[in-house]
Design a protein. Sequence first.
Length: 485
Amino acid sequence: MSDDSHQIGKSAIWSVLNQTTSQMMALAVFLVTARFISKEDFGTMAIAMLVVEVLRQLTIESIGLSLLARSNPEKKDYNAGFILVLLSSFIAAVLIFLGAAPLADLMVNARLENALHWICLIILTFGASKIHETWLAKNMMFKKLALRSIFSIFIGGGVGIYMAIHGFGLLSLIAQQIVTTLLGAIFLWSVTKWRPGLETSKEHIIKILKYARYISFNNSANLVNAQSDVFLTAYFLGASPAGIYNAAKRLILSANLVMSSSIGQVSMPALSNASQDPEKLRKTYLDFCLFTCLFTAPAFVGLASLSQPFVGVLLGQTWVEVAPILSILCLPAFLFSLGQLSNHLFFSLNKPLFTSVFSALNAITNILLLVAFARFGLEYVALAFALKTLILFPIQLFFAHRLIDVPVLEFLKSLYPAILSSVVMGGFLSLVLPYLSGVSSILQLLILVPVGVVVYYSSLWVFDKQSVFLLLDFVRKSISKKAVS
């Protein structure tokens, strides 16, 4: 592997640690609080956080990503980004506060209004620290980002758990989010060398806005695509079913962020750095696709096959309705992990319009299918979401691969061993699971998870030994270069 690969390996390990630790801690907090807080409260909080995410992606994240996608942003660029983010986060907070009552009436949920009033504080803290986070990511300082996540989630989660145990209900979920984001912002300011200032120009601000408008539209459309199912579930079926569906989405999100987003966080700067060399860009893209598939394919197939014991152990039998939803959502989660690389490729080649178009198609298709199916029950919501992904994912890949001249057969050839090995593993687990129905869920997992790992890597060895060697070589060389130092 080249020096660039070693640098990617170093960043990837800290990025994986960041995503893994933060998601596991957040998941642990969710699993504990789920035993003390009602499904209705979780559904209400899901809608409140969805409102925040819509405005956050529309403004804050689009500005941060526009800086991250640049090859060499200057101090004036960061200053311009900070001014824009601070202003937009304030406007977003005002809009949330004023729109709380009408939205609560629309959703027929009186408790939503009070939740949204508190939630305004979250978007302000996001705005105060987003450019600091961007500066650290751009300079590959993922270690500090990992420490930020661990510190803030540990304290915020502790506050949420304490309040949930003592009967604060919805307010404990709100307090957890506010404390977590506030401490995260304070930590980022304390560890980032860059300091915001007014030294910028109109040209720098306009340059960011021009690029951010595509990302803003894309992020908003992606959010509608990813979260409209939660909103429409709450609208058609009520807060309690929305809480059940959101629990399945939380588990999928944790798995996806740990496995694919950690790689995706490194792929954006890596692809942008290789964008001027077509052959290097092509190889970098295919390498990321291969690594993503090697990790995510077996994980999501295994999770789908063992959803019942996983839900039994993680959430308890009162949340048993989550299991079938979780199984269905594993397919679009896997495809999303690969599609994310296509989006990063579009941005790296300065083709944000491609991503915007596909995001719009995803959002429109998703809403149409959900409106048609959501009223029939939770499983139909999940099926509609999966069907949309199956329809549009091949189209996205087609255009991404045309930009860098990747033949379909070459792409499939690099991925089929991992996918085929995962299918073999999933089939084996599905056949064996019924024979263990008489034992506890935790014992089922203790037996079947290690067996699944052995079956997967044994199958991968049969289908393509080189993939196994490549994975081991990647880890070995990253560690040998003191990647965690």
